[in-house]
Design a binder for this molecule. Structure first.
Ligand code: ZN
Length: 172
């Protein structure tokens, strides 16, 4: 396992549509483990492979709190099979958009079919924060960021701020 550098916006790689994982091999498991370690270190509650430059349809999530037992989810080739009519709004952030937050409305509940770390097919009925987190991470697999759900005005404001941060970091 290794800590992987996280790509931050604006960056064209974050717009890539990731390709399905053909088989959950040891190499894929190593990548998932490194992604989880990277996410915990950041710290964050979700990370999609493209955020560390791997254009594959896989992600890791752990929404457990700091004082709780860890509950990592390894999700490969996820497909949404059902969404609720009702939406919920969460203030979202993203490891690729450091220190930027905004309210995003998404379906309150989703059912997702995916392969786990052993390559077994599973289905998950997610509600609350987990439902939002899953949809946020799955968006990354299609090159979509949470700011793409905002008005153009808000989106551009956040992206300009990130560009400025990057320029300052380079200058520093
Ligand atoms: Zn994100």
């Amino acid at each position: 396992m290794a800590l992987l550098p996280i790509i931050t916006a604006p960056d064209k790689r974050l717009e890539i549509v990731s390709t399905p994982v053909e088989a959950v091999t040891d190499e894929v498991r190593d990548q998932l483990d490194s992604m989880l370690e990277t996410m915990y270190a950041a710290p964050g509650i979700g990370l999609a492979a493209i955020q560390v430059g791997i254009p594959k349809r896989m992600l890791v999530i752990d929404i457990s709190r700091e004082n709780e037992e860890k509950q990592p989810l390894f999700i490969v080739n996820p497909e949404i099979t059902w969404v609720s009519d009702e939406d919920s709004v969460y203030e979202e952030g993203c490891l690729s958009l450091p220190e930027q937050y905004a309210d995003v409305a998404r379906p309150k509940e989703v059912k997702v079919r995916y392969l786990d770390r052993d390559g077994e097919s599973r289905e998950l009925h997610a509600t609350g924060l987990l439902a939002t987190c899953l949809q946020h991470e799955m968006d990354h697999l299609d090159g979509i960021l949470f700011v793409d759900h905002l008005s153009a005005l808000k989106r551009n404001m956040i992206l300009r701020r990130l560009l400025k941060q990057k320029r300052l970091a380079v200058a520093g």
